[in-house]
Design a protein around this ligand. Structure first.
Ligand code: SAH
Length: 362
């Protein structure tokens, strides 16, 4: 390991922000010893700042209809091979109640960008879940207007996940027809200003991505000061224009999670489902490299195979109760503990304490 790289790792360990050039240089390194060291460091930073708890989020994939046409995603509008489904509002509420009974402190309501769920309809669903449980509600329904985000927040939505996908504006534009990175970032800032706990993130191994792109991805997370960060490998989907592209590397994705933990010690970082889809022990490896959240699926079994963002997605053949037990076993196998309660990020809690709950957006 060169002295320059050693010094860079020491800088990260000390919590000093690296420059884009420094991060790019580090990400370009292929010596596995370097990455072993960074992963260990990330694991200790995770333990020191957010402890041994792994927080669970019950994921409800409530619709696979999508008006967007993202080149990588199986839910894209032009994928005619996909059978589309929607959960009835009442079924979404019932699934959230099931998640509550299974002991999850949070549900993530995720879907394609589906205008069927209007501002008012989603607001009613949120209000009903909040009225009947103590669950934190995380929304992940894509780009909507400020007014929509505001009403949902008012009705009790707590968090919002909207990955920025890639921080390179040109790559972003080429992967998202008629959309811009600027617009995506504007949504993230709007969510933040409304006091949501906000999540962004990106895919690793997108065609055309370089070490510098990844460095920019990490620096954008720091700049936006997000509370939650979802990182996963790009997995080519045969029913998309990127069918023949190479997928992202598992190892590089773990490395990006580790770097993220070093840059953002108090954020919540999931070991994403896609990591478990690439390798049976993929989520455990990620938990040992800086991650502290898992997102078990609670979607009714009959719909799971249809939420096919990418092929080979795990847990499509299981019921929610089975996932609960499986996930708990995985956490314990890593010597970690199952988090209880809503599990807000330490980052968000500190921000709320500083500015008062309502002004957490500042
Ligand atoms: N419509 C919502 C949810 C999108 S699906 C939104 O716009 O936020 C959730 C995530 O799946 C996306 O943010 C994207 O990062 C990821 N994803 C989509 N296609 C993928 C693929 N082929 N491989 C890996 N991840 C993918």
């Amino acid at each position: 390991m060169s002295r320059k790289i050693k010094a860079l790792i020491a800088k990260l360990a000390a919590g000093d922000g690296p420059s884009c050039e420094e991060l790019t240089l580090l990400i370009s390194q292929t010596d596995s010893q370097i990455w072993q060291e960074i992963r260990l460091l990330a694991d200790s930073v995770r333990a020191k700042h957010v402890g041994s708890d792994v927080h669970l989020r019950g994921l409800i994939e409530f619709s696979n209809h999508c008006r967007a046409n993202c080149l990588y995603c199986g839910l894209r509008r032009e994928n005619r091979a996909l059978v589309r489904y929607r959960l009835e509002p009442q079924e979404i509420v019932e699934t959230a109640l099931l998640a509550d009974q299974l002991g999850y402190g949070t549900v993530v309501l995720q879907s394609g960008e589906d205008p069927f769920y209007t501002k008012e309809l989603l607001a009613e669903i949120i209000a009903e879940i909040k009225g009947r449980t103590e669950l934190a509600i995380t929304l992940s329904v894509g780009e909507r207007t400020f007014d929509e985000y505001a009403l949902w927040r008012e009705k009790g939505a707590d968090r919002y996940l909207l990955r920025h996908e890639t921080a390179d504006p040109a790559l972003y534009a080429s992967l998202h027809p008629k959309r811009t990175l600027e617009e995506r970032v504007k949504c993230l800032k709007a969510l933040r200003s409304l006091g949501y706990e906000v999540g962004a993130g990106f895919m690793v191994g997108l065609p055309g991505q370089t070490p510098e792109t990844l460095a920019r991805d990490l620096l954008l997370l720091v700049e936006l000061d997000v509370d939650m960060i979802g990182i996963g490998p790009f997995v080519p989907n045969p029913h998309t224009p990127l069918a023949r592209e190479e997928g992202g590397s598992f190892e590089q994705t773990v490395n990006m999670v580790a770097l993220t933990r070093l840059l953002m010690p108090t954020a919540n970082i999931p070991a994403t489902t896609a990591m478990g889809s690439l390798r049976p022990d993929g989520r455990e490896i990620t938990l040992k490299a800086g991650a502290n959240v898992l997102m078990p699926n609670v979607t009714p079994k009959r719909f799971r195979p249809l939420y096919e963002i990418y092929p080979g997605k795990i847990c499509t053949d299981e019921e929610a109760g089975q996932c609960r037990l499986c996930i708990e076993g995985r956490i314990k196998s890593c010597g970690r503990t199952v988090g209880t309660g809503q599990g807000a990020s330490l980052k968000y809690q500190q921000r709320s304490a500083l500015h008062g709950n309502h002004a957490a957006g500042q």
